[in-house]
Design a protein around this ligand. Structure first.
Ligand SMILES: CC(C)(COP(=O)(O)OP(=O)(O)OC[C@H]1O[C@@H](n2cnc3c(N)ncnc32)[C@H](O)[C@@H]1OP(=O)(O)O)[C@@H](O)C(=O)NCCC(=O)NCCS
Length: 398
């Protein structure tokens, strides 16, 4: 491991167009194999005010994009600062700039009271070194279109939707809150649902007999050389089995001119449970990571199972954010957590262990078995139910 880059003339600063534009565009081009026009378009979508530049003296040496949003845990939306576009110019790599930038990013998130920071990683060691840990899944599902049940067409009504409508956003929120790890999307993520990689996806909704929106899909078709298409979904959301089945029937109606249906979920997606045949393939595209940047805010913002009434006594080590460190007592009652300094410190975790446990990705006992927590067997076991929910996942990528 190389020594940390500790000079104090290296700082993380808000992006300034006149100073940073050429250098940052170039870093991003080399990092993500983009052309200049594409990168500039993407920076506009991200919002220049959300970029940060790592300055070595006054020279731009690295960059990242901050994406304000939230993430559902225990049925409640926890504010989460997403990170994307982490880039260092090829000639500057291997000198510690990225690690220095991520340290500063986590510390800034803490100072701004963001409970969580989240990202997808191209190299896990970089992010683990600053306290991120695996926290959830994202899998790609591919189903031959001919394997989809045609299903009923008659009762529920399907119609094209306005992608920006409030009812669509509310329909998503009600669905997402049921699954740990799903994003509480901001404008940047919604843009990616509507038009990932500039490929427009069209929303179709299904209503119940009262006219209430009970589900929707965002559909895109990508032609193959033989003239038939693959059907890609950027969202597949529903509240009732009838709505889910009607959406499957809508998709089956594309099968005449299509090969495969592709969409994303966790270790499963609820829509798959409505299929009579489980004839799809699964590819593990990615797992995502979180970092608990503000201990108290994070523990108190997430929801907990209402039937759990307990205290968890944590002993946290966190060199990067000293305010997170030390003993904490988490008291859980009526689905709400309260975190106060002090207590018996029965479960020892560092920032990485805390992240995995917080998300419900690992129970405290499981975390102990991979060296991410330690403590007395009984204390670990007793705490297992505190953070339990489903297996965390999201269908979005950022
Ligand atoms: C990833 C990237 C940002 C790293 O920048 P960097 O300034 O070279 O990284 P650092 O020198 O700070 O190294 C930090 C850690 O990253 C990891 N890392 C760096 N280069 C790596 C490589 N080529 N392969 C695997 N891991 C690497 C190492 O764990 C390293 O820590 P260590 O040397 O103490 O083990 C840079 O290589 C880059 O811009 N890559 C292309 C874009 C990208 O992958 N961005 C991240 C998207 S999540």
């Amino acid at each position: 491991m190389k020594p940390a880059l500790t000079r104090d003339d290296i700082t993380l600063a808000p992006y300034q167009t006149d100073r940073d534009h050429d250098a940052v565009t170039r870093m991003l081009q080399h990092a993500f194999a983009g052309d200049r026009e594409g990168i500039e378009g993407w920076m506009k979508i991200g919002g220049e005010a959300n970029f940060r530049t790592l300055l070595d003296s006054s020279r731009p040496a690295a960059t990242l994009l901050r994406i304000p949003m939230g993430q559902y845990f225990g049925g409640r939306s926890v504010k989460m600062l997403g990170i994307a576009g982490v880039a260092v110019a090829p000639e500057d790599r291997g000198r510690g700039y990225a690690k220095r930038m991520m340290r500063a990013c986590v510390q800034a998130a803490h100072e701004e009271s963001w409970p969580l920071v989240g990202l997808y990683a191209s190299t896990h060691s970089l992010y683990r070194a600053v306290g991120f840990e695996h926290a959830g899944h994202r899998f790609q599902y591919t189903i031959p279109m001919t394997q989809i049940d045609a299903g009923p067409h008659d009762r529920e009504r399907v119609e094209p939707l306005d992608p920006d409508s409030t009812e669509l956003r509310e329909c998503y929120a009600g669905f997402a809150a049921r699954y740990d790890g799903m994003l509480d999307r901001g404008a940047y993520i919604w843009q990616r649902v509507k038009s990932p990689r500039n490929e427009e996806h069209h929303p179709f909704g299904v209503r119940d007999e009262h006219g209430t929106l009970q589900g929707y899909v965002f559909v895109n078709q990508k032609r193959r050389p033989d003239g038939r298409a693959d059907v890609n979904l950027s969202d597949f959301v529903f509240h009732t089995p009838a709505a889910g089945r009607r959406l499957w029937a809508l998709l089956a109606d594309y099968s005449m001119m299509s090969h495969d249906l592709v969409f994303f979920g966790g270790p499963t997606h609820p829509a798959l449970l409505l299929l009579s045949q489980q004839r799809y393939s699964v590819e593990n595209k990615d797992s995502w990571l979180i970092r608990v940047s503000h201990m108290k805010a994070a523990l108190e913002a997430r929801g907990y199972a209402p039937c759990v009434r307990t205290q968890v006594h944590l002993d946290v080590s966190d060199d990067l954010v000293p305010a997170n460190a030390g003993r904490w007592t988490l008291s859980i009652e009526n689905g709400q957590g309260r975190a106060e300094p002090g207590g018996r410190g029965e479960i020892r975790v560092d920032a990485r262990g805390l992240a995995a446990i917080y998300a419900g990705f690992l129970t405290p006992s499981q975390a102990a078995s991979v060296g991410l927590a330690s403590g007395d067997h009984a204390a670990l076991h007793a705490a297992n139910s505190a953070f339990a929910g489903g297996t965390p996942w999201m269908n979005d990528f950022f």
